[in-house]
Design a protein around this ligand. Structure first.
Ligand SMILES: [Zn+2]
Ligand SMILES: [Zn+2]
Length: 710
């Protein structure tokens, strides 16, 4: 126990580090003069501490050993406190529940947000004692959480007074027409931490620490005095404007920021097929009003309301908040079952019209009735576990072959390949899953979605889908055209970048390129100036065939275009689908930060941006339709009747994807893939065949391992 007496009047800087207990909580002892001192703010602990809740290290960027499993601070008040005072705390990487406690009473929970933040907490006078006071911040939850906590200060004044020392009057205008525009305003301190403001969510504002979404381009933002960096932006397509400001107590500072649309997306509507509200889903934190503001401020032109097992109409609240000219809403439903989540739209507003209680996919899809009234069905976050079930768990799904092992047919026509609320450690995994399904013969279209339940943490429209249609009037997008093109796969998936693939200047995602068309490929990567692209890969039947490094310093592309390149593709021997995927570094800046993975499969993390095109089908054999890899494989496998030598010879002229399907069909026909009759001829087979069979065998073994560990 500490022996230094902390109670000397006004010796608050007398600080002693004490390691009190075997569980290694950290205790600081600080003497504080609570009232009447010249300075309003006392530093209780200037350092940041690495604290870990749970047994295992969450991220490799943290050291293997945390300093402690909770933060505990003791400080002495030399007299009782009569009015509300304020605690300021800095925190980063908060993912689980972290309770803030003073003398055993809760002051609240830290916001669940991994970004670096400074938040302010009201302390009722009844919670402060004359003498020793104990502040604790401790975690709980399902999995380990590494966090940084510290920089704790105590301010004599009430929270509202601290947060309104000064004022910022922000106007965000569109530089192209000088009109006020909906926007996201981000405010950070000199260390880049999002800072709590005195603004509150109401009317046309949606507010979280350091972030103010405005539906009309204006915001009055009370703030503690100090130096800040202020950013304004409007989602993926817009520039980001920034300014450094210094606010003095009592001052009101006007600030105008001008942004402009940089990414050329005319003819494509920005759609987010996965939007939630706290109001109707009862988790996350965005009210229906805040959702309207954030949709306008992130530039989502077609939001699809998909709260869990309820069918919400955004039209009325959008009109009420005056944002109905910024988007054309669609009512949907995240049909939330024990065997996966499926977004279904369009639906009539009201309670769920779909029974989510089915005990298997056939029953669930019978309730969803795909195709009825032009219904779209999205397979959501197929690699995540919910209610103990992962739709694409290797035990029931062989990804490279798009093969189900449980006999349940996937009756979805859309699949999430990026979900920014639940990103994967391997950002390409779900793209490869989609490739496998196309090779299997499913007609299924990729989408990017946000799954946003929140205002700021996982914001709406972060991942999104550009669907070809007339988007000149965002408030009245022709939905017939939108549905037709979405069904056809005329889509570009965006997560911080956008990629476009054109053949012979005429055909792009969702199109069938007629036989004999010259395969002149134009590949473009788009993005705002604050995004970076590093590589774009062209895939044929899901197999990488061309890869281009992008060095933006060397491209003289206009603003909004990162890379633009034309080349002639060697003619494949059979029908293939083409798709391009661009990757780049993620965004570390606070105005649009790339989130960490949701259910990580690795402690290592490098933020990434992604873009993928829908599939362009190439008709090579001239039958006027697209023939998938499985159809070719069926013909070959039927002819060779289990003779692997003959099969490999016949597959020579086909691609790796066809070989994968050939392996899958051979296994389904009962031919052993592990005997000498396969091994010997396979070692002599051409590369595409060998690779295809090996990829299938690896995935098959992974499935067996997963099954046996269940
Ligand atoms: Zn879900
Ligand atoms: Zn969801």
């Amino acid at each position: 126990m500490p022996t230094t007496s902390p109670f000397t009047k006004r010796t608050w800087q007398n600080r002693v580090f004490v390691d009190l207990s075997p569980v290694a909580s950290i205790v600081f002892l600080v003497a504080v003069s609570a009232i009447g001192a010249a300075a309003d703010e006392r530093v209780l602990d200037a350092r940041m501490h690495h604290i870990r809740f749970g047994e295992t290290r969450e991220w490799s960027e943290f050291s293997p050993q945390a300093e402690a499993d909770e933060l505990a601070l003791e400080f002495a008040a030399d007299t009782a406190v009569a009015t509300e005072t304020t605690l300021r705390i800095r925190h980063r990487d908060v993912k689980q529940t972290w309770q803030l406690e003073l003398n055993g009473k809760s002051l609240g929970r830290l916001p669940v947000d991994e970004n670096l933040m400074v938040t302010y907490w009201a302390v009722p006078p009844s919670l402060i004692r004359a003498g020793v006071n104990r502040l604790r911040i401790h975690g709980s939850g399902k999995s380990s959480d590494d966090v940084l906590l510290g920089d704790v200060c105590w301010d004599d004044r009430p929270r509202a007074v601290v947060l309104s020392e000064a004022k910022l009057e922000v106007r965000v205008v569109d530089a192209d027409n000088s009109h006020l525009t909906p926007a996201r305003i981000t405010i950070v301190d000199s260390s880049g931490a999002l800072v709590s403001t005195g603004a509150t969510s109401a009317g046309k504002l949606a507010v979280r620490p350091g972030i103010v979404f405005t539906a009309d381009g204006t915001a009055t933002i009370p703030l503690p005095s100090g130096r800040y960096r202020v950013y304004a932006g409007r989602g993926f397509e817009y520039s980001v404007a920034e300014a450094a400001v210094e606010l003095r107590p009592g001052e009101s500072n006007p600030l105008q920021l001008a942004i402009r649309r940089e990414v050329p997306t005319a003819g494509y509507a920005a759609c987010d097929t996965h939007c939630h509200t706290f109001t109707f889903s009862r988790h996350g934190d965005a009210t229906i009003e805040e959702r309207m503001v954030t949709l306008a401020a992130e530039g989502v032109e077609i939001p699809i309301a998909t709260d869990h097992n309820v069918q919400v109409d955004y039209a009325e609240p959008a009109k009420r908040l005056g944002v109905d000219r910024y988007f054309t809403p669609i009512t949907g439903n995240e049909v939330t079952t024990k065997f996966g989540h499926f977004n279904v739209f369009p639906l009539e507003p009201g309670p769920s019209s779909i029974d989510p209680t089915g005990a298997d996919w056939p029953t669930i899809f019978a309730a969803i009735r795909p195709g009825v009234a032009g219904r779209f069905v999205v397979l959501n976050h197929a690699r995540d576990i919910h209610s103990g079930y992962r739709p694409f768990d290797p035990s029931r799904h062989i990804g490279p072959a798009g093969e189900r092992l449980d006999g349940w047919n996937l009756e979805a026509n859309l699949i999430e390949v990026v979900n920014s609320g639940t990103t994967q450690s391997d950002g390409l995994q779900l793209f490869h899953d989609w490739f496998g399904l196309l090779n299997r013969g499913l007609r299924i279209v990729p989408v990017g979605t946000s799954d946003s339940h929140d205002v700021a943490r996982h914001f709406v429209g972060h991942a999104r889908t550009y669907v070809r249609c007339d988007d000149r009037d965002a408030g009245a997008i022709p939905l017939d055209e939108f549905y037709r093109n979405l069904a056809a796969g005329r889509v570009l998936v965006s997560y911080g970048l956008l990629a476009d693939l054109q053949i012979a200047d005429r055909y792009s995602a969702g199109d069938l390129v007629p036989a004999a068309t010259p395969l002149r490929v134009r590949l473009r990567v788009l993005g705002p100036h604050w995004a970076t692209a590093s590589k774009v890969t062209l895939y044929a039947d899901g197999v990488a065939i061309r890869e281009f490094k992008i060095d933006e310093r060397k491209t003289a592309a206009p603003t909004g275009v990162k890379w633009d390149h034309e080349f002639v593709l060697e003619r494949p021997r059979h029908d293939v689908f083409l798709s391009a995927i661009a990757v780049g570094a993620g965004v570390r800046k606070p105005y649009w930060p790339t989130p960490k993975p949701y259910q990580p499969t690795s402690p290592d993390w490098t933020p990434y941006s992604l873009a993928g095109t829908g599939a362009v089908m190439i008709d090579i054999d001239g039958d006027g339709r697209f023939t998938c890899a499985r159809e070719y494989a069926e013909r070959v496998v039927a002819k060779t009747k289990g003779d692997f030598s003959a099969l490999f010879t016949a597959l020579t002229n086909y691609d790796e994807a066809t070989a994968i399907q050939g392996a899958s069909l051979s296994a389904a026909a009962g031919h052993s893939l592990f005997g000498d009759e396969l091994r010997k001829p396979l070692s002599a087979a051409p590369t595409n065949v060998r690779r295809g069979f090996q990829r299938y065998l690896e995935a098959w073994r992974e499935s067996r391992t997963a099954q046996s560990s269940q």
